[in-house]
Every structure is written in C-alpha cells, then in structure tokens.
Design a protein around this ligand. Structure first.
Ligand code: TXA
Ligand code: MG
Length: 325
C-alpha cells in the first residue's frame, strides 16, 4: 500500500516527500480541486511512461500538463488572446486549454502523445504548491485505472492504485469532483472538447462568444481520451430512471423519490436541495458506493441539463455507454 500524507497536518513533509519521489522519476498521487491526479515530471520520459503503465492507459491519449504560474505556462505554450483571457479569468481553476507547444519547451513528447499542442492547466489547491516547489510542470491524468471512475479522495486512490504507488497526498475530498473543462480556441472559435468543472456558460459570459459543442459528443474523439465508455462502474448504468427495479441501486437528485426505491440496494441523493455543485462533488463517490452495494444496475434519476449539469450528464452517459471490455 502507498504511504498517505495528510497535507492539512503535515504540509511541509507532504511537499518534501512528493518532490523527492517525483525526482526519482516515480509518480505521486496529488489532490487537485477537480479530482486526484497521478502526477509525474512532464520533462522526464521514464516518469511519464510510469503513468501510462500504472493506469493501463493507451499511449495515444495525451496527458494534461499542470503548472504553478503563468511564467511556467509561457515557457511551454503560446497563448492566443482569447486563451490568455480565459487563463487570466479562470486560473487557478478547473479549466484546461489546448495550446501550441513552444519549440523550446522541455515537456517530453510522450506527455503530449506526439501532438504539437499541449493540454495545460493551473490547478487550485495543494497540488499547485507541489508544482511550485518541484519547479517543472507535472503531467497528471486522473489517478485511476484507465476506464474506471475518477478518484475524489485519497481512499479512492489507495483502493485502486495503492499497490503500485509509493505516495498519496491527502487533502480531503476534492472540492469540485469533476475533471476540468477542456477548451481549444481555433481561429477565434471556442471549442468545448470536454465539459467539466467549469460551467461553459461562465466562459460564454466572460468572452461574449459561443462555446461550440461537438456535433456528436459521444462519437467524435476530439480530446483523444474521450472514448465513449469511460467512468465505468462494475454495475450497469440506467439513466433517467422513473422507477427502481429489483436489484438496482438508486442515485437520485433534488430530493425526488422514485417508486420502488424501498427495494433498492442503496439510495443516495446527489443533492437533496438540488444544488448542481454539490451534486458534482458527490457524483464519483456515490457511483463507487452504489457499485459496492452489490447492485447489478445503478439507476440514476433525472439531473437538470443546465450549468454543471452538462458535465454531470456527460459523465453519466459515458458510464452508461456500451463497454468494450
Ligand atoms: O481535472 C482534470 O483535468 C484532471 C486533473 C488531475 O487535473 N486530469 C484529467 O486528466 O482529467 P485525464 O488524463 O483523465 O484527461 C485528460 C484529457 C484527455 O481527454 C486527453 O485526451 C485530453 O485531456 N488532452 C490532453 N492533451 C491534449 C491535447 N494536446 N489535445 C487534445 N486533447 C488533449
Ligand atoms: Mg481520467
């Protein structure tokens, strides 16, 4: 099992140990405000290989590079004016920008899977301090086995990857609970490659421009990681349930009861008062709990499509998609 250091009680030791392990070319699980990340030195090809190995992740799926400040970002990518505006408004925060990599950038091609762009993000929370001390960008996908549900707590990471990892930093439950929103600006058009923890409506409000969604979100693999089946629990998933069937777990929203829920293996409410932020923060943990209840199927009640509901529904649709394994 991995060592877990609590960043709230031992922040200095957490940073010291994390930097020591990262310098050895080994990944460390770190808390970001979105989900826990499996972080490694983005300039070290062996360290990046270890990430792909630990996750069982296909190597054509590039990693997000995490930076601690704008100077570090600008050493590796060039900003167009709109992307710069987004970075200034929303960083540190749950937004990843796809930007051209500078020729002099030391981020290794394995991190970008050979693309000429980098996915780059300045995370909020303790992970940013780790990056600042380490001094190089950290490549970090979510700290879960490829295709599984993303971790929002140190315990989730320990249960999934603990036997392969040396160190997990524990900062408590992730505040946002959904991965970052991914935006690529192309010829002045803002393209949404992945809905996530930053409501795309906020981006539209700031820029006065439309955020363009892919025509067929499930089918186009714009961000190569957006394979249809993802975030998959062990149980099957049924969306927009209007009743609970035998052997099902129920994850509902907004305090809305469903007929038959007395027979459910477990009943969880993402947000009894209908708050989408709270629902996002609870989503992955509740999926894991429903899975652990022994249900054959997890039934989800309806979640509203507005605001963060877009990203929540995206994750639910991927969890419900036909599985290739
Ligand atoms: O919130 C998050 O984004 C978390 C935390 C740890 O920061 N990270 C995360 O990483 O969700 P991951 O690897 O699970 O998802 C990264 C996504 C993938 O869909 C990948 O294909 C896309 O970003 N991506 C990375 N670099 C890209 C690039 N150059 N062009 C297009 N898509 C890219
Ligand atoms: Mg992931």
């Amino acid at each position: 099992m991995a060592e877990i250091i609590d960043t709230r009680t031992e922040p200095d030791r957490a940073i010291g140990q994390a930097c020591a392990v990262l310098s050895q070319g080994e990944p460390v699980a770190i808390p970001t405000e979105t989900v826990y990340g499996l972080a490694a030195d983005a300039t070290n090809p062996d360290a990046i290989s270890r990430i792909y190995e630990m996750k069982g992740r296909p190597r054509f799926n590039p990693l997000i590079c995490h930076v601690s400040d704008m100077a570090m970002a600008e050493a590796h990518v060039t900003f167009d004016p709109i992307s710069r505006r987004l970075a200034e408004a929303f960083w540190p925060g749950p937004l990843t920008l796809i930007l051209p990599q500078r020729p002099e950038s030391t981020v290794h091609a394995l991190a970008s899977a050979g693309l000429d762009t980098l996915g780059i993000r300045m995370p909020d929370g303790f992970s940013r301090q780790v990056i600042a001390h380490f001094g190089h960008p950290l490549a970090a996908p979510s700290a879960n086995t490829s295709g599984r549900i993303s971790p929002t707590s140190a315990a989730h990471v320990q249960a999934d990857l603990g036997s392969k990892l040396k160190l997990i930093l524990d900062a408590g439950p992730a505040e946002i609970g959904l991965e970052s929103t991914i935006i690529k600006v192309e010829d002045g058009t803002l393209r949404l490659l992945r809905p996530g923890g930053l409501d795309a409506g906020e981006i539209e409000k700031l820029t006065g421009r439309e955020v363009v969604r892919p025509e067929n979100a499930g089918a186009t693999i714009e961000a190569p990681g957006m394979l249809a089946s993802h975030y998959a629990p062990g149980a099957a998933v049924r969306l927009n349930a209007e009743e609970v069937r035998a052997g099902e777990a129920l994850i509902r929203f907004g305090g809305r009861s469903l007929p038959g829920e007395g027979e459910a293996t477990i009943v969880l409410d993402l947000s009894p008062h209908g708050n989408l932020r709270e629902a996002a923060a609870n989503l992955f943990d509740y999926m894991k709990r429903a899975d652990a209840s022994g249900a054959r199927t997890i039934a989800f009640g309806r979640v509203p499509e507005e605001g963060l509901g877009e990203a929540i529904i995206d994750r639910l649709q991927r969890a419900a998609a036909p599985r290739s394994r």
